[in-house]
Write a protein that binds this ligand. Sequence first.
Ligand SMILES: [Zn+2]
Length: 245
Amino acid sequence: MPFIQIEDSILSFRLRRSLRAKRLHMVVKEEVFEVVAPLKTSNREILAFLKQYQGWMRKQVRQKSRTQSVTKMSWPADFLAGEYIPYRGRWLRLNVKFNDRALMECHEDYLTIMVPWRHAFGGLSQYVKKQIWLWYQQEALNAIKDSIDALCPKLGRWPRGYQLKKQKTRWGSCGISGKIYLNWLLILAPVGALEYVVAHELCHLFHRNHGKRFWAKVASCFPEYEQQERWLSKQGSALISLSSF
Ligand SMILES: [Zn+2]
């Protein structure tokens, strides 16, 4: 699929030349922009047409990332440009570019993955998938650390450490030693959900049960906890279905 570079983001489109087309136009087919061009249209005309449409295309991409819920999500069959992946309750469109060195960059609604040239000749999707996996882990660890840094001064107690876990039945746990464990899938959920689970596990440093005093502690450091509890009980199973990354 060709790409068009617009400012700092990239839109991809499919070009279809048609005998029957009387004029250049654009259709969205299976979430892909398709430019339909009469046979004799020059590349320059196509480019001018795309420039005209770029604002509209960007709006479509943004709208999609806002309206689509994580619940409808399944992983793309191939991790290639134009596909969407969930991240912190929204959608990122993959932008895959070849480069001399590997690099990942998240900007607005795009995740740009710079891929070394050698992967152009096979195994590209697998390579991209692996990079996304590593990126998710790093982002999740950073998010947990940020939450700990924000919550612990209020609580006056710190965990012994923190770690990600691949789990299908729990969002988090607090070990006897004082270490907290978090399900990596929370990096796909809205920001508040991960923050809430960190707060919940930190409160287990004070109370090892789910009694009244425990919930009072949670409410004191994370007042909007009920909203996040509701989100997790409603959408949690959809999130868990993504565990087969
Ligand atoms: Zn608990």
